[in-house]
Design a protein around this ligand. Structure first.
Ligand SMILES: [Zn+2]
Length: 401
């Protein structure tokens, strides 16, 4: 195994979440028990400090036909709108003709906000069904994996290239970076959003570790990767989405000086000594402690005869359920609003998914797997809380939407 960023072989195991199924494939009844399990382990690179999975589930298995639709979650759509407006406000006036390429464009939610602002848009989406939904909604979308070959075929440059939440599940990392470098106009900006590992660790958001996320970046480590491909970051800010993410602005090497806030964030990361193996070793101990707390809570709820349902069935919830060994004896169903998932079961632990209208009365406890939307959930269900339904957050975020 070589480091995915710097090719070093000097890697060390720091977090071991055992064998887990691929978490984004909820099971049909006849698939239950037949799903394959893969190791879920994080290694630390002693040379460039990048945290990364050692085992790669093939991208064709992972992204052939996923059912996650970004339009479904209100917080996300609003977040995408803000990003579009911010990009256009800061950079848009310098460009005569505005264009954007979105990598991993999903159902086109992000691109619609750019269309509103007068951009010519193009999406690249690997899921056939999802790409079709985007095209039906008049968001031009290519059904493909983004890499250098695709860029050569497109033979176009864009003022904006956007990659939100895909930059850590790229199997062909270097080909993707080369593609971005080539497709980005001279005066263009690459907007990259990624989970910020220091926030993940601070929030104990270990459930962001799953097979799709091959890489876990800090500023230092993503900048190592970008520089290798002739790109450099010149601005960045923290966002609360997904329990702590960074939105960073990147351009061709030496085209723009780093902003003051980026310089400060780099400095803070350095002073906290985040990019050290000790950070990850402590993280592993903290998540073992969290597992104990959750097991204790759910076992005592069971002993008290409480009806416990999971709220939401986010992909990351499966890391949590499998690592905590929480099955249908402890959580009787996962309540979900995405109707594409009606009648399915969670991979590994086999908890049935239920639509809100299939619920037989209110549960005693909602075990909130979508804990990163804590504020939104507490607000939306204020009346249930008033009626005495308990909302338990398996991870208590310091940063939440
Ligand atoms: Zn490395």
């Amino acid at each position: 195994m070589q480091c995915r960023v710097c090719d070093s072989k000097n890697l060390e195991l720091v977090i071991d979440l055992g064998y887990q199924p691929w978490c984004n494939h909820f099971l049909k009844q006849d698939e239950v028990g037949k799903e394959p399990f893969y190791p879920l382990r994080v290694l630390f690179c002693h040379d460039c400090a990048t945290a990364q999975l050692d085992y790669t589930v093939k991208k064709e298995i992972m992204f052939g036909d996923h059912t996650y639709l970004s339009g479904v979650t209100k917080s996300l759509s609003k977040h995408f709108e803000e990003v579009a407006q911010e990009v256009d406000r800061i950079f848009g006036s310098a460009w005569k003709k505005k264009s954007i390429l979105d990598i991993g464009s999903n159902d086109g939610t992000q691109l619609k906000h750019f269309q509103t602002l007068g951009y010519e848009v193009l999406g690249v989406e690997s899921s056939k069904t999802t790409a079709q939904i985007a095209n039906d909604a008049k968001v031009p979308t290519v059904n493909a994996f983004f890499n250098l070959d695709l860029v050569n075929q497109l033979d176009r440059q864009f003022k904006v290239i956007n990659a939100s939440g895909v930059f850590f599940h790229l199997e062909e990392l270097h080909s993707v970076c080369q593609g971005i470098q080539k497709a980005l106009a001279d005066d263009g900006v690459f907007v990259v959003q990624f989970l910020y590992m220091p926030s993940i660790v601070e929030n104990l958001a270990f459930d962001q570790i799953y097979h799709e996320h091959l890489l876990y970046y800090s500023l230092q480590t993503i900048e190592t990767l970008l520089q290798r491909h002739g790109l450099s970051m010149f601005d960045a800010r923290l966002a609360s989405i997904h329990g702590g993410s960074i939105i960073a602005y990147v351009t061709h090497k030496e085209k723009a000086a780093p902003s003051e806030r980026l310089t400060q964030m780099r400095q803070a990361e350095k002073e906290s000594n985040f990019n050290s193996i000790e950070t990850y070793q402590k993280f592993q101990l903290d998540i073992e402690q969290l597992r104990k707390e959750n097991q204790d809570y759910l076992q005592s709820a069971k002993a008290a005869g409480k009806r416990v349902y999971g709220m939401g069935a986010p992909v990351k919830g499966n890391t949590l359920l499998n690592y905590f060994q929480v099955g249908p004896d402890l959580v009787q169903g996962l309540v979900e609003i995405n109707t594409l998932r009606r009648g399915l079961y969670s991979p590994g632990m086999h908890i049935p998914l239920l639509m809100e209208d299939e619920l037989d009365g209110s549960p005693d406890v909602y075990y909130v797997l979508a804990w990163n939307f804590k504020q939104e959930i507490l607000k939306r269900y204020a009346d249930l809380i008033e009626q005495g339904v308990e909302f338990y957050f398996p991870v208590n975020p310091k940063i939440s939407a």
